[in-house]
Ligand binder design. Structure first.
Ligand code: S3P
Length: 261
Protein backbone atom coordinates (compact mmCIF):
# COMPACT_ATOMS: atom_id res chain seq x y z
CA UNK A 1 0.00 0.00 0.00
CA UNK A 2 1.43 3.41 -0.90
CA UNK A 3 1.05 6.48 1.31
CA UNK A 4 -1.87 7.88 -0.63
CA UNK A 5 -3.87 4.71 -0.23
CA UNK A 6 -3.06 4.68 3.45
CA UNK A 7 -4.23 8.30 3.90
CA UNK A 8 -7.47 7.48 2.14
CA UNK A 9 -8.06 4.61 4.48
CA UNK A 10 -7.38 6.85 7.45
CA UNK A 11 -9.86 9.36 6.05
CA UNK A 12 -12.56 6.72 5.68
CA UNK A 13 -11.90 5.67 9.26
CA UNK A 14 -12.31 9.31 10.38
CA UNK A 15 -15.60 9.61 8.49
CA UNK A 16 -16.88 6.49 10.23
CA UNK A 17 -16.00 8.03 13.58
CA UNK A 18 -17.87 11.22 12.63
CA UNK A 19 -20.94 9.21 11.64
CA UNK A 20 -20.84 7.24 14.89
CA UNK A 21 -20.45 10.45 16.89
CA UNK A 22 -23.36 12.11 15.09
CA UNK A 23 -25.62 9.12 15.62
CA UNK A 24 -24.71 9.14 19.29
CA UNK A 25 -25.25 12.90 19.49
CA UNK A 26 -28.70 12.69 17.91
CA UNK A 27 -29.69 9.89 20.27
CA UNK A 28 -28.64 12.11 23.18
CA UNK A 29 -30.79 14.95 21.79
CA UNK A 30 -33.77 12.59 21.87
CA UNK A 31 -32.94 11.57 25.44
CA UNK A 32 -32.76 15.21 26.52
CA UNK A 33 -36.19 15.85 24.98
CA UNK A 34 -37.66 12.81 26.70
CA UNK A 35 -36.13 13.91 30.02
CA UNK A 36 -37.57 17.42 29.72
CA UNK A 37 -40.95 15.95 28.88
CA UNK A 38 -40.92 13.50 31.80
CA UNK A 39 -40.02 16.22 34.29
CA UNK A 40 -42.21 18.93 32.73
CA UNK A 41 -39.20 21.11 31.97
CA UNK A 42 -39.18 23.90 29.38
CA UNK A 43 -38.21 22.70 25.92
CA UNK A 44 -36.64 26.00 24.90
CA UNK A 45 -33.50 26.85 26.81
CA UNK A 46 -31.75 29.70 24.99
CA UNK A 47 -29.33 30.21 27.89
CA UNK A 48 -28.15 26.61 27.55
CA UNK A 49 -27.70 27.13 23.81
CA UNK A 50 -25.52 30.16 24.47
CA UNK A 51 -23.49 28.22 27.04
CA UNK A 52 -22.90 25.47 24.50
CA UNK A 53 -21.76 28.03 21.93
CA UNK A 54 -19.36 29.66 24.40
CA UNK A 55 -17.89 26.26 25.16
CA UNK A 56 -17.29 25.62 21.47
CA UNK A 57 -15.79 29.09 20.93
CA UNK A 58 -13.44 28.52 23.82
CA UNK A 59 -12.39 25.07 22.68
CA UNK A 60 -11.77 26.18 19.10
CA UNK A 61 -10.17 29.53 19.94
CA UNK A 62 -6.65 28.68 18.74
CA UNK A 63 -7.63 25.96 16.33
CA UNK A 64 -6.30 26.33 12.83
CA UNK A 65 -9.59 25.01 11.39
CA UNK A 66 -11.80 27.08 13.70
CA UNK A 67 -13.99 28.64 11.00
CA UNK A 68 -14.49 25.38 9.14
CA UNK A 69 -15.36 23.48 12.32
CA UNK A 70 -17.69 26.26 13.53
CA UNK A 71 -19.44 26.03 10.19
CA UNK A 72 -19.99 22.30 10.61
CA UNK A 73 -21.30 22.84 14.14
CA UNK A 74 -23.80 25.41 12.93
CA UNK A 75 -25.26 22.69 10.74
CA UNK A 76 -25.15 20.11 13.51
CA UNK A 77 -27.03 22.43 15.86
CA UNK A 78 -29.54 23.30 13.18
CA UNK A 79 -30.20 19.65 12.58
CA UNK A 80 -30.64 18.98 16.29
CA UNK A 81 -33.32 21.64 16.26
CA UNK A 82 -35.00 19.96 13.32
CA UNK A 83 -35.00 16.63 15.11
CA UNK A 84 -36.74 18.31 18.05
CA UNK A 85 -39.23 20.11 15.83
CA UNK A 86 -40.16 16.99 13.89
CA UNK A 87 -40.67 15.08 17.10
CA UNK A 88 -42.80 17.81 18.65
CA UNK A 89 -44.79 19.05 15.65
CA UNK A 90 -45.80 16.77 12.83
CA UNK A 91 -48.07 19.52 11.51
CA UNK A 92 -48.01 23.22 10.62
CA UNK A 93 -48.27 25.74 13.42
CA UNK A 94 -50.70 28.44 12.32
CA UNK A 95 -50.64 31.66 14.30
CA UNK A 96 -53.72 33.85 14.22
CA UNK A 97 -54.94 36.88 16.13
CA UNK A 98 -55.44 40.60 15.99
CA UNK A 99 -52.86 43.01 14.58
CA UNK A 100 -50.13 43.46 17.13
CA UNK A 101 -50.97 40.29 19.04
CA UNK A 102 -47.40 39.08 18.49
CA UNK A 103 -47.82 36.63 15.59
CA UNK A 104 -44.75 37.82 13.69
CA UNK A 105 -42.53 38.06 16.76
CA UNK A 106 -43.46 34.63 18.09
CA UNK A 107 -43.26 32.90 14.74
CA UNK A 108 -39.82 34.43 14.10
CA UNK A 109 -38.62 33.17 17.44
CA UNK A 110 -40.06 29.67 17.05
CA UNK A 111 -38.70 29.37 13.55
CA UNK A 112 -35.25 30.29 14.83
CA UNK A 113 -35.35 27.99 17.86
CA UNK A 114 -36.60 24.95 15.91
CA UNK A 115 -35.15 25.81 12.51
CA UNK A 116 -38.64 25.48 11.06
CA UNK A 117 -39.65 27.01 7.77
CA UNK A 118 -41.60 30.22 8.31
CA UNK A 119 -44.18 31.85 6.08
CA UNK A 120 -45.21 35.34 7.11
CA UNK A 121 -48.34 35.71 4.99
CA UNK A 122 -48.32 39.51 4.71
CA UNK A 123 -44.68 39.51 3.76
CA UNK A 124 -45.11 36.72 1.24
CA UNK A 125 -48.07 38.50 -0.38
CA UNK A 126 -46.24 41.83 -0.49
CA UNK A 127 -43.22 40.17 -2.12
CA UNK A 128 -45.29 38.35 -4.71
CA UNK A 129 -47.30 41.44 -5.59
CA UNK A 130 -44.21 43.62 -5.38
CA UNK A 131 -46.29 46.07 -3.37
CA UNK A 132 -46.73 46.94 0.30
CA UNK A 133 -49.94 45.83 2.05
CA UNK A 134 -51.24 49.44 2.31
CA UNK A 135 -50.59 49.87 -1.44
CA UNK A 136 -52.45 46.63 -2.27
CA UNK A 137 -55.42 47.87 -0.23
CA UNK A 138 -55.30 51.32 -1.85
CA UNK A 139 -54.87 50.04 -5.40
CA UNK A 140 -57.04 46.92 -5.54
CA UNK A 141 -59.19 47.09 -2.41
CA UNK A 142 -59.59 44.83 0.60
CA UNK A 143 -61.49 42.01 -1.18
CA UNK A 144 -58.63 41.50 -3.62
CA UNK A 145 -56.18 41.27 -0.71
CA UNK A 146 -58.45 38.76 1.07
CA UNK A 147 -58.48 36.50 -2.00
CA UNK A 148 -54.69 36.59 -2.14
CA UNK A 149 -54.69 35.45 1.48
CA UNK A 150 -57.03 32.55 0.75
CA UNK A 151 -55.02 31.42 -2.27
CA UNK A 152 -51.75 31.52 -0.39
CA UNK A 153 -53.21 29.59 2.52
CA UNK A 154 -54.47 26.90 0.17
CA UNK A 155 -51.06 26.65 -1.41
CA UNK A 156 -49.42 26.26 2.00
CA UNK A 157 -51.41 23.15 2.84
CA UNK A 158 -49.13 21.01 0.70
CA UNK A 159 -46.38 21.23 3.34
CA UNK A 160 -45.96 20.24 6.98
CA UNK A 161 -43.72 21.27 9.87
CA UNK A 162 -43.94 24.91 8.86
CA UNK A 163 -44.88 27.98 10.87
CA UNK A 164 -47.54 30.09 9.21
CA UNK A 165 -48.00 33.58 10.57
CA UNK A 166 -51.38 34.84 9.34
CA UNK A 167 -52.40 38.43 8.82
CA UNK A 168 -55.00 39.54 11.37
CA UNK A 169 -57.91 39.07 8.97
CA UNK A 170 -57.15 35.56 7.73
CA UNK A 171 -59.08 33.62 10.38
CA UNK A 172 -62.26 35.59 9.70
CA UNK A 173 -63.12 33.64 6.54
CA UNK A 174 -64.56 30.23 7.21
CA UNK A 175 -62.93 28.71 4.13
CA UNK A 176 -59.55 29.88 5.42
CA UNK A 177 -60.11 28.19 8.75
CA UNK A 178 -60.94 24.92 6.98
CA UNK A 179 -57.65 25.22 5.07
CA UNK A 180 -55.60 25.99 8.21
CA UNK A 181 -56.90 22.92 9.95
CA UNK A 182 -56.14 20.52 7.12
CA UNK A 183 -52.50 20.21 8.13
CA UNK A 184 -52.18 22.57 11.02
CA UNK A 185 -52.94 23.40 14.61
CA UNK A 186 -54.26 26.90 15.09
CA UNK A 187 -52.83 29.08 17.84
CA UNK A 188 -54.67 32.27 18.77
CA UNK A 189 -52.59 35.01 20.39
CA UNK A 190 -54.55 37.61 22.32
CA UNK A 191 -53.80 40.87 24.11
CA UNK A 192 -55.79 43.70 25.63
CA UNK A 193 -56.70 46.65 23.37
CA UNK A 194 -54.31 48.81 25.40
CA UNK A 195 -51.41 46.42 24.83
CA UNK A 196 -52.27 46.16 21.13
CA UNK A 197 -52.39 49.93 20.80
CA UNK A 198 -49.04 50.20 22.49
CA UNK A 199 -47.52 47.71 20.06
CA UNK A 200 -48.99 49.18 16.86
CA UNK A 201 -49.15 52.91 17.59
CA UNK A 202 -45.97 53.74 15.68
CA UNK A 203 -46.51 51.50 12.66
CA UNK A 204 -47.80 52.70 9.29
CA UNK A 205 -48.24 49.35 7.58
CA UNK A 206 -51.75 48.55 8.78
CA UNK A 207 -54.30 50.12 6.47
CA UNK A 208 -57.25 49.27 8.75
CA UNK A 209 -55.74 51.37 11.51
CA UNK A 210 -54.61 54.20 9.27
CA UNK A 211 -57.15 56.75 10.45
CA UNK A 212 -58.26 54.80 13.49
CA UNK A 213 -55.15 54.13 15.49
CA UNK A 214 -56.68 54.43 18.95
CA UNK A 215 -57.72 52.12 21.80
CA UNK A 216 -61.49 52.55 21.24
CA UNK A 217 -61.37 51.54 17.59
CA UNK A 218 -59.08 48.60 18.37
CA UNK A 219 -61.33 47.42 21.23
CA UNK A 220 -64.40 47.66 19.02
CA UNK A 221 -62.90 45.78 16.03
CA UNK A 222 -61.42 43.20 18.34
CA UNK A 223 -64.79 42.51 19.92
CA UNK A 224 -66.36 42.16 16.46
CA UNK A 225 -63.72 39.56 15.54
CA UNK A 226 -63.46 37.75 18.86
CA UNK A 227 -66.01 35.02 18.22
CA UNK A 228 -64.46 34.04 14.89
CA UNK A 229 -60.94 34.03 16.25
CA UNK A 230 -61.96 31.86 19.17
CA UNK A 231 -63.92 29.45 17.00
CA UNK A 232 -60.87 28.92 14.78
CA UNK A 233 -58.40 28.35 17.61
CA UNK A 234 -57.12 25.01 18.86
CA UNK A 235 -55.27 26.80 21.63
CA UNK A 236 -55.41 30.35 22.99
CA UNK A 237 -52.52 32.24 24.53
CA UNK A 238 -52.90 35.52 26.30
CA UNK A 239 -49.74 37.56 25.73
CA UNK A 240 -50.06 40.65 27.96
CA UNK A 241 -47.03 41.13 30.18
CA UNK A 242 -45.31 37.93 29.02
CA UNK A 243 -41.89 37.55 27.45
CA UNK A 244 -41.34 36.02 24.01
CA UNK A 245 -39.81 32.99 25.69
CA UNK A 246 -42.77 32.58 28.09
CA UNK A 247 -45.30 32.83 25.27
CA UNK A 248 -43.35 30.37 23.13
CA UNK A 249 -43.04 27.86 25.97
CA UNK A 250 -46.76 28.14 26.70
CA UNK A 251 -47.46 27.54 23.03
CA UNK A 252 -45.31 24.39 22.96
CA UNK A 253 -46.86 23.06 26.16
CA UNK A 254 -50.40 23.66 24.98
CA UNK A 255 -49.79 22.13 21.57
CA UNK A 256 -48.13 19.10 23.13
CA UNK A 257 -51.07 18.70 25.49
CA UNK A 258 -53.42 18.67 22.51
CA UNK A 259 -51.64 15.56 21.24
CA UNK A 260 -51.96 13.86 24.61
CA UNK A 261 -55.73 14.33 24.69
C1 S3P B 1 -55.09 42.91 8.84
C2 S3P B 1 -53.93 42.62 9.50
C3 S3P B 1 -52.58 42.84 8.94
C4 S3P B 1 -52.64 42.82 7.40
C5 S3P B 1 -53.69 43.75 6.90
C6 S3P B 1 -55.09 43.42 7.44
C7 S3P B 1 -56.38 42.65 9.52
O1 S3P B 1 -51.69 41.84 9.43
O2 S3P B 1 -52.89 41.53 6.93
O3 S3P B 1 -53.30 45.02 7.29
O4 S3P B 1 -57.42 42.61 8.86
O5 S3P B 1 -56.37 42.47 10.77
P1 S3P B 1 -51.10 41.82 10.93
O6 S3P B 1 -52.11 41.19 11.81
O7 S3P B 1 -49.89 40.95 10.80
O8 S3P B 1 -50.81 43.21 11.30
Amino acid sequence: MNDLEMYREQLAFCDDKIIDALVERNAIIEKIMAYKETYGMPILQPAQEQKQQRRLDEKLRDNKYRDEIQDVFKRILRNSKRIQARKLFSYNIVLIGFMGAGKTTISDYLSMMFDMKLVEMDQEIAEREEMSIPDIFATYGEEYFRSLETNLLKELQTGKNCIISCGGGVALREENVIEMKKNGRVVLLTASPETIYDRVKDSNDRPLLKDNNNVEFIADLMEKRREKYEAAADVVIQTDGKSILQISEELITKLTELDEK
